[in-house]
Design a protein around this ligand. Structure first.
Ligand code: NBP
Length: 483
């Protein structure tokens, strides 16, 4: 360990913002042999890190931004890990004033991608490279290998890539880090990653709810079901930790911990951002949207308290064959998950087209195989699908996914129908199935919608048998004219 105040530019990377994420990433860099300059607004955090983990590698302790910048080799590389929003802007401004053209500022926080686009453009004017890097994996991933999604200029990746790749997770020897594209692309794909994470968690929650309320299983039995599922196509980090959470016993009451946790889910905002962006892009991310709304519904405590005990209507019978129904839930979960990921990847394609990012979805699936919260076997299949056809219109059309859905479709319908008859909410299962049925439909009721729009707003419509736009003179003689 080297702990010193120095003017010698010997650090390969600097990390400012040494809360849980920043300190773990700084340690990760040091453990991989990089000399790391440390900085935090309040020096106490820097000293706490050095006190507890100074032996992890070679650190340079600094107090001021000037000292911090002076400790870095050129081109200087600084990773910002502070609270997203105004704090990030404040730190960028301080750094930019102290840095020189050609230096690289990396924002590893959960920034909104439009902020990243703005920041990249402003810093480019000043000759600085700005890299918005999505980082996933939580505090454990930050320390032992996260999935890293850096955007920004291509030339900055040349100076930065090897450093980031060295600390990222690796799967089959491949780093879970790749250059995503220009300006805000890294933070955009990280945002959609989090949106997919919301959908995945909601689907798992619905499966748990069905096992509990339709089959009457206790938490430990459900944990066993999830552990079993984790040995097959559903194998993933989220399924694995679900079993762990369900197996946890509360020390105070002796009950399963999940049964004493208040059932009101919170959110920090990336799911909401994903849905807002999808609305702007016109991409139907129904699974993610239902997941965000399901959390909001769970947190609507006033309404829930007032509505408790409202009529359910006549309910159906519980499934007679628990084993069969458990298998139905597994298949419904897998099919719904495929839809949620298909929607998320559609949003990435739409964002990429809107902003001219040219995001490689196969490469993205590759770096999500490890390190991040949605890491799963499944990502290999997504990578293969986009490798085989980079222009694939929807993941559900790739042969592997098409077959998986076909194998599960009967189960999926049974689960949604049974849940409905039992009064058990399954918003994500049901909306994913409706999305699938909507996509494959010969004809949608949108024709009627177009007729109504033309009626009240003269918005025009297209005909199935002629080119161009048409309008019916609804308040006149109801003849049709070309618009
Ligand atoms: P927090 O998001 O809690 O931020 C705390 C850090 O921000 C501290 O170092 C604090 O300095 C610094 N800071 C603040 Br607050 N305002 C500042 C300002 N005006 N100027 C300078 N520094 C300021 O830390 P975190 O949970 O480690 O997350 C860091 C970033 O990584 C966030 O953007 C987060 O969204 C993102 N992220 C988090 C996770 C996760 O699992 N937690 C995962 C992926 C990404 P102080 O010590 O002086 O108060």
């Amino acid at each position: 360990m080297t702990v010193e105040r120095t003017e010698n530019p010997r650090a390969q990377i600097g990390v400012t913002g040494l809360a849980v994420m920043g300190s773990n990433i700084a340690r990760n860099f040091a453990r991989h042999g990089h000399t790391v300059a440390l900085h935090n607004r309040s020096v106490a955090k820097t000293d706490a890190l050095l006190e507890a983990h100074g032996d992890d590698g070679d650190f340079v302790r600094t107090e001021t931004i000037e000292e911090f910048v002076a400790a870095l080799q050129k081109p200087r590389r600084v990773l910002i890990m502070v609270k997203a929003g105004a704090a990030t802007d404040a730190v960028i401004e301080e750094l930019a004033n102290a840095m020189e053209p050609g230096d690289i500022i990396i924002d590893g926080g959960n920034a909104l991608y439009t902020d990243t686009i703005r920041r990249e453009a402003a810093l480019r004017e000043r000759g600085l490279h700005f890299v918005g890097a999505g980082i996933s994996g939580g505090e454990e991933g930050a320390l032992n290998g996260p999935s890293i999604m850096p955007g920004g200029p291509t030339e900055s990746y040349e100076a930065l890539g090897p450093l980031l790749e060295s600390i990222s997770a690796h799967v089959d020897g491949t780093p879970c880090c790749t250059h995503i594209g220009p300006d805000g692309s890294g933070h955009f794909v990280k945002m959609v990653h989090n949106g997919i994470e919301y959908a995945d968690m909601q689907l798992i929650g619905e499966a748990y709810n069905l096992l509990r309320d339709a089959l009457g299983y206790d938490a430990t039995t459900i944990a066993d079901v999830f552990s079993e599922w984790n040995t097959g196509t559903l194998e993933s980090y989220l399924i694995e930790i679900t079993a762990d959470v369900l197996r946890q016993t509360d020390a105070t009451t002796g009950k399963p911990l999940v049964d004493v946790i208040v059932d009101a889910a919170e959110q920090k905002g990336t799911g909401r951002w994903t849905v807002k962006s999808a609305l702007d892009l016109g991409v139907p991310v129904t699974g993610i949207a239902e997941a965000v709304f399901a959390r909001a519904l769970s947190g609507s405590r006033t309404q829930r308290a007032a509505a408790r005990g409202l009529a359910s209507g006549a309910l159906g019978d519980k499934p007679a064959d628990a084993t069969q129904f458990t298998e139905d839930i597994r298949r419904a979960l897998y099919a719904s998950k495929i839809v949620a990921y298909a929607q998320g990847f559609d949003q990435i394609a739409a964002g990429s087209a809107e902003y001219g990012w040219n995001v490689d979805r196969a490469a993205l699936a590759t770096i999500w195989r490890g390190g991040c919260i949605i890491r799963a076997q499944f990502l290999n299949r997504i990578k293969e699908a986009y490798d085989a056809d980079p222009q694939l219109p929807s993941l559900i059309l790739a042969p592997y996914f098409r077959e998986a859905i076909e194998a599960g479709i009967d189960s999926w319908r049974r689960v949604v129908a049974t849940a409905t008859m039992l009064g058990i909410p399954v918003p994500a299962f049901a909306s994913s199935l409706s999305y699938y049925d909507g996509l494959r439909a010969e004809r949608l009721p949108a024709a009627l919608t177009q007729g109504q729009r033309d009626f009240f707003g003269a918005h025009t419509y297209e005909r199935i048998d002629a080119d161009g736009k048409f309008h019916t003179l609804w308040s006149g003689d109801r003849s049709e004219i070309r618009a």
